[in-house]
Ligand binder design. Structure first.
Ligand code: NAD
Ligand code: MG
Length: 387
């Protein structure tokens, strides 16, 4: 039996993880969750899984949990970060799923990196902003990081869990193109929030859905892949593949290309990661209909090349550059969702903010938090100047 803690369990990745656990109750056990919002959903999870541990950083959630479960002696309701850290380090914890959205996921990912357990990583932002801290920390504590972002999990599977990439010649990361496939940035000034949140292939949290629509998600994923697989950005190509069936392709030096395929369903990479190094789990998945399958590929749109170039530069620059890019984007996305800027201005906020903040080469966790803060202030100024 593998005991699992899900950080950010009330979100979209949380849903998929819980669904895989439910389908494999004889092998997987949900030991604890953390969440920020959606108390009703958290309570459903607590009841359904007869949960033993729950942590929320929100006062409101904490109060509500204490009230509802005052007679439940079995449930530990945690409030302090030290209590969460203690829980993650307990002997019976095997797997920690990092599924909080955005920069907020960094703190608990760092905690998880120090445990020596297995991390299933969905929170790509923690690697983009702090890959240079999280990965060495994980190595130092023998914590294994298994990606569950579908493209990275696909790469991991195509590499056959092999850490040695000497014989890799190219890795292709696919992008769905999102709801605005084939649209130029200049055509995006009037799109609504509802249109931007309506992803054709994946049902995900709001932030990543907007990132998919802008293609920033693919830029974050390029940076994530560079860190996770420790390869120069030159090894990675980004390609639009609207069907989202092939999640990534690894081409080896002898000319063989291996890809991983599935219908777009996050439970597939999650199920793989939950059984990593063991026999695969069983999942109630929808089969690919190969007889009617048409796979198409196209270049990343020309007018997003500036954005991709920034991401490639970040891969080479390292230091605080990923933190700046991520914070600028988080403010841009939040401003779009709050209807302060139009969709096309997301790019302007990122470009102008990225240019305004100097990159420092050497970072530690304190400088990452400082840079994040400084960048958010600058990005908000840019938003104000154009809204
Ligand atoms: P979501 O918005 O649906 O869920 C986020 C979860 O994090 C919620 O449970 C929320 O309560 C919790 N949360 C937010 N701030 C928190 C905090 N400070 N402390 C504790 N919990 C907090 O997001 P999502 O779509 O599930 O995405 C989660 C992460 O996974 C993101 O980094 C995203 O890029 C990545 N990812 C998601 C998908 C997907 O299909 N949804 C695919 C690949 C990668
Ligand atoms: Mg992805």
């Amino acid at each position: 039996m593998k005991n699992i803690i899900v950080l950010g369990a009330t979100g979209s990745i949380g849903d998929s993880v819980l669904s895989v656990i439910k389908q494999n109750k004889n092998k997987l056990n949900l030991l604890g969750i953390t969440f920020s919002s959606n108390i009703a959903k958290a309570k459903n999870i607590i009841n359904e899984f007869k949960l033993k541990n729950v942590y929320s950083d929100s006062d409101e959630s904490h109060k509500s949990l204490k009230h509802t479960y005052e007679n439940n002696q079995e449930l530990n309701i945690l409030r302090e970060k030290s209590e969460l850290e203690e829980l993650l380090n307990k002997d019976d914890v095997d797997i920690i799923v990092s599924a909080i959205s955005g920069f907020s996921g960094l703190e608990s990912t760092l905690m998880a990196a120090k445990t020596g357990k297995t991390i299933l990583l969905a929170n790509k932002e923690s690697i983009v902003v702090a890959g240079e801290v999280v990965l060495p920390l994980a190595k130092e504590h023998s914590t294994e990081i298994i990606p569950i972002d579908s493209e990275h999990n696909a790469i991991f599977q195509c590499l056959n869990s092999n850490k040695n990439t000497d014989d890799v010649s190219k890795i292709i990361i696919t992008a769905s193109g999102g709801p605005f496939l084939n649209k130029k940035i200049s055509q995006l000034s009037k799109v609504t929030k509802k249109e931007a949140l309506n992803h054709p292939n994946w049902e995900m949290g709001a932030k990543i859905t907007i990132d998919s629509a802008s293609l920033v998600n693919k830029c974050l994923e390029l940076i994530e892949a560079k860190y996770l697989f420790n390869l120069n950005e030159k090894f990675f190509d980004l390609v639009v593949h609207p069907q989202s069936i092939i999640h990534s392709i690894v081409t080896y030096t002898d000319g063989s290309s291996i890809c991983q395929m599935s219908n777009p369903d996050m439970r597939v990479p999650i199920a793989h990661a939950l059984s990593v190094h063991n026999k695969r789990l069983s999942l109630n998945f929808s089969e690919i209909d190969f007889s009617s399958l048409k796979l198409t590929f196209q270049d990343i749109p020309e007018d997003r090349s500036g954005l991709v170039n920034i991401a490639r530069n970040i891969c080479n620059l390292g230091g605080s550059s990923g933190t700046i890019f991520n914070a600028a984007n988080e403010i841009a996305v939040q401003s779009f969702l709050e209807e302060q800027i139009t969709f096309d201005k997301i790019y302007e906020v990122i470009y102008r903010t990225f240019d305004a903040i100097p990159v420092s080469k050497n970072v530690d966790i304190d400088t990452i938090y400082e840079t994040d803060n400084e960048t958010r202030i600058e990005a908000k100024k840019v938003v104000k100047s154009i809204s």
